[in-house]
Each structure stands twice: as C-alpha cells, then as structure tokens.
Design a protein around this ligand. Structure first.
Ligand code: LLP
Length: 424
C-alpha cells in the first residue's frame, strides 16, 4: 500500500507523526482530526524556500486552529484573514499586525473598524467599501493603509465553486475599473495606498493561470506607477493545488520558476521595488491532517456502503465540490484490497458520501477509516448539523500527542441557546 509523504504503515496500522492512529482512536475516541506538526513546518519551509524574498501570508480560512496559527507564526508567516474572527485568532496566535491583510468582499463596518483600530491593512473590494473605510478611518483620526482586490478575469481551471478571479464572480474590482478607484483613493486624506491584490482561485494545478494573473498585475502596476502611486506590495493571493488523487500538482518551486521571472522582469522595466506577497492556505495545511472515523455498520446493498461516524458535518468537501480524498483502512493498512466500498457518513442526506467506489481491504464493523488530506477546509468548514457535536483535534509530533481542541459535548450544542422567560 502506498502512502505519501509523512504517513507510514507499521504492523499494518497507519502511523502519523510517529503515533499509531489505532491507539489514538482507542484513547481519544472517534471521529478525530489529527494533525502532524512537522508537516506544517515542512510545507511552510518549502514555500518559503521557493520564494525567499516574498512574504508568505498564510490563508487562515483553510485552518484557523490557534495552535496551527501559532506554529506558522513561529515559522515567520503573516496571515490573510477574511473575517473579524480570523483576525482575532491571527492576532491571538501572535502574528504581527503589520503582516496581516484583511480580505473580504463584504466586510461589516465593525470589521473595518477592527482593522483600523488594530492597524491592519485592508484589501478593499469595492469603491463603496473604500468610502466606508475612509469615513471610519477619519472618525478614528487614522490613515488606513489599503490595497485593492482586482478581479483580473483569469480562468484558474478549477472547480467553479472555488474559481474567484473570473469576471462573473463576486470578488474584486474589475481590472478595467480599478484605476479609477485608485485615483479616488489618492484624493482621500484618510487613506494611504500601499498595494494591489488578486486571488484567482483555489486547488489550481496548472501554473499558466498564475503567469497570466502576474502579467495582468504588472500591467496594472505600470498604470499605477504612472499615476505616481508607490506600491509597497503586489499580492498574488494563494491557490496552489495539491495532488488529492494522483494529479500532478506543481510544487512551490515550479510556481516560483513560472512567476518569479515574469514578476522580476516587470518590476525591473518599471524601476519599482514592491514586495511580493503570496497567500497559500491549502498547500500549507491540507496534507498535514487526517480524519479518523469508526465503522458503525457495513451494508451490502446497491453498493457496499460503509457507514462511519463522520459525515459532511465534519468534512464537507466531497459533498460540496465532489472532492476526492484518499481513504486508508487505518487498522488494516498493510492488507491487500479485496472489494469496492462507498464510505458514507451518518447525516440524513444522500449527499453525505465521503468516498465513492474505493477498492479497499475487507471492511467490518469497528474498523478505523482514515480520510487523508483534510487539514485545509476540513475542520474549518465543519458544522453541528443533525445535532452532532464537533469532534476533537489532536496535534502529533515525533510520537507525542497534544489535544488542540476538545471535542464538543451535547451540552455544547445548547451552550448559546436561551429559553425566553415564558418557557421556563
Ligand atoms: N487568499 C484569498 C483571498 C482567498 O480567498 C483564498 C481562498 C486563499 C488566499 C487561499 O487559497 P488556497 O491557497 O488555500 O487555495 N473551501 C474550498 C476552498 C475555498 C478557497 C477560498 N479562498 C475547498 O475546500 O476547496
């Protein structure tokens, strides 16, 4: 059986970060998210090594567990945050405020105020938002530092739900309009222009859309330079994909080889020196984490259905994007595959399928299923649907285990609910 990267098989058991996953399931129960700390650091360093002169702003949305953010803060990462909540977590984790960019297409006034009060740079998504931010900055006697999110109309060749740089999506200011917005910002006393930003999409496994976006951003930088605007940074967003199945995905080095020459030549011709910012999320966290789920029942019906104790409440990617996640029978990881199984969750919806028609070792009740590559957009997109408390998260490193989030209880499902007095 082939495992990738940091996963190992010992005595037919799946081992992560030097820890036997079967023992973890016995000790902590299931379902259970397990993250390998070493892998987060390795992935971050691979990115940093490929882009030694860029600032890496980790996309907190992919996984904003405080310990994960702290590990990345230790590595020197900044953060792309998309909400007040993500900003709160990034600051709590010790990511310096001058290494955070507040993104978002529909920020509340309170979120903009939070950015202003904490001296956080904002990627402004519309002219309307610019005016609101300017007013808020004025009230606080503050000069807000901004970039503008450009919609470069680039096709990222990815799932339509995660393509963000096409003109029909809700994100960013059309490149044809953005210069006018910069001009308006130039006239605002409470606004300081510091950058330009785009993000074309996610799970991109072809470098050509990144090259196209880089060229478009350099063209815009040329126009802005002509207006006398000094850009401190050009932020090209995140989006580098990973091989979930057996796709060939570019490495950070491949991405660097594709875009850095275009970036460097463009800047040289313009004689400007903005820093490059990149916002990887998935590449840093996706393959660091597995979700362990126990088999409740096996049913030989139209398909061989394996009912496990995690569903789209804990991992929505298969249901939402038809995403593929590899499956390993963690307590039989060394055994030969013998039958085709469909792994389903306990949620009362027929879309609650985690993996379809997989050739796996013989599966029985109480076996342990590991779902791989769930560190990005796994727990961070979880819910309590069907009255299912969210599970615990563990961190493993060289044989050591830490709980980084306790599992919720049934009472936690009710923790913020209030009976109006007439029901008491
Ligand atoms: N920067 C911005 C402004 C973003 O919107 C995103 C992701 C990123 C960076 C990070 O992209 P990454 O490197 O992780 O591809 N839930 C979906 C992915 C949604 C991505 C949203 N934006 C999924 O599970 O595939």
């Amino acid at each position: 059986m082939s495992t990738r990267g940091h996963l190992e098989v010992k005595n037919s058991h799946l081992v992560l970060g030097g820890v036997d996953t079967v023992t973890l399931a016995e000790q902590f129960g299931t379902p259970l998210y397990v993250t390998n700390e070493a892998r987060i650091r390795v992935n971050y360093q691979r990115f940093k090594d490929a882009f030694p002169n860029a600032d890496i702003y980790y996309a907190a949305k992919s996984n904003y567990n405080l310990t994960v953010l702290k590990i990345l803060a230790e590595e020197g990462a900044g953060a792309d945050v998309f909400s007040g909540g993500e900003l709160h977590c990034a600051l709590k984790a010790g990511i310096p405020s001058d290494k955070i960019l507040f993104n978002g297409n529909s920020k509340t006034d309170a979120e903009l105020e939070m950015a202003v009060k904490n001296n956080i740079r904002v990627s402004v998504d519309s002219l309307d938002e610019l005016r609101t931010l300017s007013e808020i900055a004025h009230e606080h006697d503050h000069k807000a530092e901004v970039a503008f999110r450009v919609n470069p109309d680039v096709s990222p060749h990815t799932h339509p739900k995660i393509a963000t740089g096409l003109r029909e999506t809700k994100f960013g200011i059309p490149s044809s309009d953005v210069i006018a917005v910069y001009k308006e910002a130039q006239s605002m006393g409470d606004i300081k222009i510091v950058g330009i930003h785009c993000h074309i999409g996610s799970q991109i496994i072809d470098v050509s859309p990144f090259i196209e976006a880089t060229k478009k951003m350099i063209d815009l930088a040329e126009e802005l330079t002509g207006l006398g605007i000094q850009l401190e940074f050009i932020d090209l967003g995140g989006g580098l994909g990973i091989p979930y199945e057996n796709e060939i995905a570019p490495s950070p080095k491949d991405l660097a080889n594709a875009i850095l020459p275009v970036f460097a030549e463009g800047l040289k011709a313009l004689e400007i020196h903005p820093r490059l910012i990149l916002e990887p999320g998935r590449y840093i966290t996706a393959d660091t984490t597995i979700l362990l789920a126990k088999v409740n029942t096996v049913k030989h019906a139209y398909r061989n259905f394996v009912g496990v104790d995690a569903g789209f409440n804990l991992l929505i990617r298969p249901a939402m994007y038809d995403a593929y996640h590899r499956i390993i029978v963690a307590n039989k990881a060394g055994e030969k595959s013998s039958a085709v199984y469909t792994i389903v969750g306990p949620i009362c919806e027929s879309g609650d399928v985690l993996a379809r028609d997989r050739f796996l070792p013989n599966i029985e009740k109480d076996d342990l299923i590991a779902i791989l590559d769930v560190g990005a957009y796994g727990f961070s997109m979880s819910s309590q649907y069907n009255g299912r408390p969210r599970c615990a998260e563990l961190l493993v490193l060289d044989g050591k285990v830490d709980v980084i989030r306790r599992g919720e209880s049934y009472d936690d499902l009710l923790s913020n609910q209030v009976f109006p007095s007439r029901f008491r």
